[in-house]
Design a protein around this ligand. Sequence first.
Ligand code: NAD
Length: 468
Amino acid sequence: MSDLTMTIGGEAVQASALFDVFDPATDEVCGQAPDCSSEQLDQAMRAAQAAFPAWSADEQARADALRRASEAIQDAAEELAVTLVREQGKPLADARLEVGGAAARLRFAADLRLEPEVLQDDEQALAVLHRRPLGVIAAISPWNAPLIISMAKVGPALAAGNTVVLKPSPFTPLSTLRLGELLREVFPPGAFNVVSGKDGALGAQMTQHPTPRMVDFTGSINTGKLVAQSAAGDLKRVALELGGNDPAIALADANPGELADRVFWGAFANCGQVCVAIKRLYVPRERYGDWVDALASVATATPVGPGLEEGVRIGPLNNRPQAQHVKQLVDDAIGHGATAAAGGARIDRPGNFFAPTIIAGASDGTAIVDDEQFGPALPVVPYESLDEALAAANATHYGLGGSVWSADPERAAQVAGQLECGTAWINTHKVLAAHIPFVGMKWSGYGGNSGTEGFHEFTASQVLYTQR
Ligand code: NAD
């Protein structure tokens, strides 16, 4: 995979320098990607700007193109899924789901319409709210789910009449570059551009660039703050989908034997590298041992290995810095007196494999509880009273998701409503959908992509007011 090209103005563009992409299951180079120069980024921005007038003028053409783009992804689903496994590490079944989800996001976007809204219609005046596209959108994605996250941005951004310059993470550029190639024939030149760079510098250039009117960013809180600062220079709009440290609270009537499997996958899907994974679990003190044992037996029984190997459910961590981060948090917890009821260490083989880990005896104040691990290690924390559990769950700058688990869903919903987070699930976790808004609270960000609310993020309001 060394001949993948960027997509700029509908053309294949190669860079003078390439960078290596590593297969996290082997540590070996699995492809190379172009390192976009600043001239090439200018070229992409100019192409997107030039495509904007025609693209924004024809809603039906946009809907048709988005539908065809969704079909083009489906037609190439297996190739994209295998590329995704090679660069990202996730099991093939999960990669297939991600590719299907990416296609579904574009199909959903094809049906989005900018409906005018009558605000006043009386003898005094007619006031109508219209939503207008913004112009060029700079879209920046992380490495954990590059295709679906990118298409969750690109779909509604394009549907609203904007044009896009998309940048994937340097850890996982290959599947997105390939997707750009596949969609070259589908979108008019310049409407959808894909550029790649060897580090975050290209992202920073995009946020500083004078052309885009909005930056749609998904990634870590630290980078999100830099994006917000940088975009403030010329008051670009910003949508920030950032990190989380989601709490799950099991009520006393939640049965660990029945629920452990579901809770486990809420935390460990994609090797824990999900923004809305369960990242700390609060359970009643009297059921503590049962929860830890039940989760540890699921962890121990789960097949871990290369994503292309049959039967594997958890792959490697995507990259070395992330593997190092998870190891440090686990070592720190154990150094502070916690124990690993399952896992607890890297798996001794090439690649970034870490054993699914259940941490017992870590409390709030330990880094693995307070910070985002974004990896396969879940701390289980006992609580004495529900008030104490809620206070601990909310005592954080994070506010992405949370969940409450109980045999009594109504009571659980009352508790869930007290969590300070954008989505609070009951008896499940991390379920996301194109039609449901997904926005964080606090430092987990603002301005999402999903649902009607997310669609409207890509527009500016304009009121037409007619005096009568
Ligand atoms: P990251 O912030 O390191 O990188 C994200 C993207 O930003 C990459 O494309 C990177 O190259 C780019 N970038 C780096 N420096 C930049 C800069 N100065 N300006 C602009 N762009 C820059 O995040 P990551 O490690 O790729 O992703 C993991 C994080 O993303 C986790 O915290 C996770 O929770 C979060 N995340 C959030 C969501 C969500 O929807 N809320 C979804 C997935 C991941």
